[in-house]
Design a protein around this ligand. Structure first.
Ligand code: SAH
Length: 215
């Protein structure tokens, strides 16, 4: 659980790389700097932790590429104190980046092993994230409404209950599409409840799956 000057130096380089790729929000760049990504990978993979690439985290899943984490975070238009629902906790890295921006984070994971790993690990890092084991297709009605919903897996379509759990004026950000490639989409719920849609280019995510895994 070490975070040394060397790690911080590697993170500073990563932040510069992401800035060059077009992430301009300094608060988000600072959040990427604050979260020690190497601690989310098994030790031995240090050289990969600060490359701007996704990486396997076990159970057939990946920790998202830092640029993608920053990009999705930017699309959420966060303000401190907002309530954000993440679907697909995975390693918990994205959830910590959100928490570092002083929003209240609720995150759901359907694979028990990943959920338990994150539940044990995140408090040790000092990030306050509310973790839930369950099916993100259902959202988290008991904690709704949310200012933003972030899906970090590829959704063939957005379950309509997730729009119901958004506040008027809230946004839902998700990669939408099939297994090969998806379009990043931001949906905005108007005051009257109408859903607007904007597209933001192509990405590749692991699929959002229905029902819980048997692990
Ligand atoms: N946000 C993660 C990366 C997510 S990878 C990070 O920062 O590391 C996508 C995750 O979504 C995987 O962990 C996968 O198990 C989870 N997932 C897939 N379908 C799901 C569903 N229906 N509900 C909740 N989580 C789901």
């Amino acid at each position: 659980m070490e975070d040394t000057y060397r790690h911080k130096g590697m993170r500073r380089k990563l932040v510069n790389e992401i800035r060059k790729k077009g992430i301009l929000d300094e608060n988000i760049l600072e959040a990427i700097y604050r979260v020690p990504r190497h601690l989310f990978l098994d030790s031995g993979f240090l050289q990969y932790a600060y490359e701007d690439k996704p990486f396997p985290i076990g159970s057939g899943q990946t920790i998202s590429q830092p640029y993608t984490v920053a990009f999705q975070t930017e699309l959420l238009n966060l303000k401190p104190g907002m309530r954000i629902l993440e679907i697909g906790t995975g390693s918990g890295y994205q959830a910590c980046v959100l928490a570092a921006l002083n929003v209240a984070v609720y995150s759901i994971e359907r694979q028990k092993k990943l959920y338990e790993k994150a539940r044990n690990f995140l408090p040790r890092l000092g990030f306050d994230v509310h973790l839930f084991y369950g099916d993100g297709y259902l959202g988290l009605p008991e904690k709704a409404p949310f200012d933003g919903v972030l899906i970090t897996a590829a959704a063939p379509e957005i379950p309509s209950c997730l729009f119901d759990q958004l506040k008027p004026g809230g946004v839902l950000v998700s990669p939408v599409g099939g297994a090969e490639v998806q379009t990043m989409v931001r949906y905005t719920k108007s005051k009257s409840g109408k859903i607007g849609r904007e597209k933001f280019g192509s990405f590749r995510f692991v699929p959002l799956l229905k029902e819980k895994a048997n692990d």
